[in-house]
Design a protein around this ligand. Structure first.
Ligand code: SF4
Length: 124
């Protein structure tokens, strides 16, 4: 199973009989499958398997209709994701040198730029 057959580059499921929704459901019961019983290749094809903090960040972005500034401004302090919404764990702070901070800032900027370059969906 290949990720690009299930999902568009932006992570949205492709329509069709073998789409991401179909993979996520048991066809006999119609109930969502338990990820603990699924193989890793299938989970990765669905776009999962990255760092958990990235998943939280992505969830927060979707919660705020894709607006990262609104994620930053979120005031729902009781939400379990709130301390992690910026993509880091404040309970595991690292002391970084200014060079390490600059390197991380550069890597983040490169990753954000790569995310913006979403190719057009392939026609079938
Ligand atoms: S912290 Fe909770 S309420 Fe705020 S953006 Fe994230 S998911 Fe949404």
């Amino acid at each position: 199973m290949e990720r690009d057959k299930l999902l568009y580059p932006n992570g949205n499921p492709r329509p069709g009989s073998e789409d991401a929704y179909a993979v996520g459901y048991d066809p006999e019961t119609g109930i969502a499958r338990d990820p603990r019983d699924m193989d890793q290749a299938t989970l990765r094809a669905l776009g999962h398997g990255g760092p958990i903090l990235q998943a939280v960040r992505q969830n927060c972005r979707e919660c705020q209709a894709g607006n990262e500034a609104e994620v930053r401004r979120c005031r729902m302090v009781w939400c379990p994701f709130w301390p992690y919404r910026m993509g880091s764990n404040p309970f595991h702070r690292q002391e970084l040198s200014s060079e390490q901070r600059e390197e991380r800032r550069r890597r983040l900027a490169t990753a954000r730029e790569a995310r913006r370059e979403i190719p057009e969906p392939r026609s079938s």
